[in-house]
Ligand binder design. Structure first.
Ligand SMILES: [Fe+2]
Ligand SMILES: [Fe+2]
Length: 179
């Protein structure tokens, strides 16, 4: 499998999470939101969307492409995508803060949660569309078959490390709270 197709598969899973947002948004509008769903969505976006997916894009794909003679247009697109990852992290952080209030029985945040989920949904749909139909299409031409193969192996190593990193971070946080 080509790393680009692998990333597109990951986009498909992210899109399925975004589709699930619609049910939660409808529930929140009736003031029947589920903070557990939002918690699970936050974990999904932090661990899968950011660490695993953006992680491979930034640390491996974009790093390799950055060493190639990219056209000005493609270099600009790549830096826009990087900037969007920063924005995505901020949006998830905001959702996390709102959901903490909701979990602590502040029901008044439900309309704000609707806004936050709609914003993330719109944002990811555009980001994924931009990568799938523009940047990734051009990116395929900058590396040869052997380079893609090497990258695919690096992807596998990267993915393997994520779970260890996630739970190590969790223990460090828990220890800090108890210190
Ligand atoms: Fe991305
Ligand atoms: Fe992506």
């Amino acid at each position: 499998m080509n790393p680009i197709d692998f990333l597109i598969e990951e986009h498909n899973l992210i899109s399925r999470m975004i589709t699930l947002f619609d049910i939660e948004i409808a529930m929140l509008k009736e003031r029947k939101g589920d903070h557990c769903f939002i918690d699970a969505a936050i974990d999904f976006f932090k661990t899968y969307g950011d660490k695993t997916h953006h992680g491979k894009e930034e640390d491996i794909l974009f790093r390799e492409l950055g060493q190639k003679a990219l056209s000005d247009e493609h270099r600009k697109e790549m830096s826009e995508l990087l900037e969007e990852h920063v924005q995505a992290r901020e949006k998830i952080k905001k959702l996390d803060e709102l959901n903490e209030k909701f979990t602590n029985n502040d029901a008044t945040v439900q309309p704000l949660l609707v806004e936050a989920l709609e914003d993330i949904s719109k944002f990811y749909k555009l980001h994924i569309e931009k990568e799938n139909t523009h940047f990734f299409v051009s990116a395929r031409n900058y590396l040869n078959d052997e380079e893609w193969e090497v990258m695919m192996r690096e992807f596998a190593d990267f993915d393997r490390s994520v779970i260890h990193e996630k739970y190590k971070e969790m223990i460090v946080e828990m220890e800090a709270k108890n210190a």
